[in-house]
Design a protein around this ligand. Structure first.
Ligand code: UFG
Length: 333
């Protein structure tokens, strides 16, 4: 089966392409390189890379028809909570307007299967933890709101046009492929684990803890960190399940265990064996205090089993990549 992966040059997309290739799928990547990395193509040399935009409907329909594409895995989106608070228009344009254009192309070309990169940010401030899929959907930032808008469009398109879909709601993706040359490299970097590791490498003078007055045991935000390879494998499972007749729906992906910002810093100090300065700062707008998943549904219905669940392993795999790529992909693969 031939798969189109939008955003396959980005962090989660590239790791998923790796797993699709390992599972024997043929893969075409569509990426406009606005956030992804050209160097990823060298690591994933079994996939074809097309430099283009998801909103280029003619291009997408042409790719689907010429390659006989049967499934679209849609990762191409903006994904930073803080940036979305400052620039909602960017998020509505990229994640909703362009996303809907992609969905129109999928409908026109009659692609049967669609897997969408959604997020825990669709839930907003939890009223109950761990968060199950039927938790109220009330995003606290434009990023989550735009992901939810696309999820809803997909649901209605699925019902009316017969597209079979799965929305995967990721909690905090982190870590790096333990075997390969893929890792996490955002410009600018805003995610906690890579920032902490850059501080451990001496590339940053310090790490700032965003908020120490949250209603959590140590006052800092709690997140559920999930290894990117475990996330990627979930996409392969979801695809196989769709092919086998799975009913469309949404699944959470997390490890069902939360760690505070201070705990992440401690694990990073232990794993790297290095100390680095940590300073306390103000809350970052849009950040919920606690996000912890229930992944019971995907475990029970699709048989998902995370292989790299503990935080030490997640941080260690990230550290191995960061040590080899201190300047990210720009320094070479
Ligand atoms: N944090 C700091 N200092 C930093 C960076 C982050 O204290 O310099 C804190 C944040 O406030 C947050 C935690 O570390 O509490 C994790 O922050 P990240 O930026 O790494 O991740 P987010 O939780 O903001 O967001 C990530 C993804 C989103 C997704 C969300 C769901 O980027 O796409 O997880 O949990 F929606």
């Amino acid at each position: 089966m031939h798969i189109l992966v939008t955003g396959g040059a980005g962090y989660i997309g590239s790791h998923t392409v790796q797993e699709l290739l390992r599972a024997g799928y043929r893969v075409t990547v569509l990426d406009n390189l606005s956030r992804g990395h050209m160097a990823v193509a060298q690591v994933l040399d079994g996939a074809e890379f097309v430099w283009g935009d998801i909103a280029d409907r003619e291009l997408v329909v042409g790719l689907v028809r010429s390659r006989g594409i049967q499934a679209v895995l849609h990762f191409a989106a903006l994904s930073l909570v803080g940036e979305s608070m400052a620039e909602p228009s960017l998020y509505y344009h990229n994640n909703v307007v362009k996303g809907l254009s992609l969905l129109e192309a999928v409908r026109e070309a009659e692609v049967p299967y669609f897997i969408f990169s959604s997020t825990a940010a669709v839930y907003g401030e939890p009223v109950q933890v761990p968060i199950e899929e039927d938790h109220p959907l009330a995003p606290t930032n434009p990023y989550g709101a735009t992901k939810l808008a696309f999820e809803e469009a997909l649901r209605w398109y699925g019902a009316a046009y017969g597209i079979k879909y799965v929305s995967l709601r990721y909690f905090n993706a982190s870590g790096a492929d333990p075997e390969g040359g893929l890792g996490e490299d955002h410009q600018p970097e805003t995610h906690l684990i890579p920032l902490v590791l850059q501080a451990a490498l001496g590339l940053r003078p310090e790490v700032t803890v965003f908020g120490t007055d949250y209603p959590t045991p140590d006052g800092t935000c709690i997140r559920d960190y999930i290894h990117v390879t475990d996330l990627a494998e979930a996409h392969v499972l979801a695809l196989r399940a769709l092919e086998g007749g799975l009913v469309s729906g949404a699944y959470n992906l997390g490890n069902e265990r939360g760690y505070s910002v201070r705990e992440v810093v401690e694990v990073a100090r232990r794993v790297t064996g290095r100390d680095f300065p940590v300073v306390e700062g103000a809350r970052r707008p849009g950040d919920p205090a606690v996000l912890v998943a229930s992944s019971r549904r995907i475990r029970e219905e699709l048989g998902w089993r995370p292989r790299y669940g503990d935080l030490e392993t997640i941080v260690r795999t990230a550290w191995e990549w960061h040590r080899r790529h201190p300047e990210g992909y720009e320094g070479g693969t």
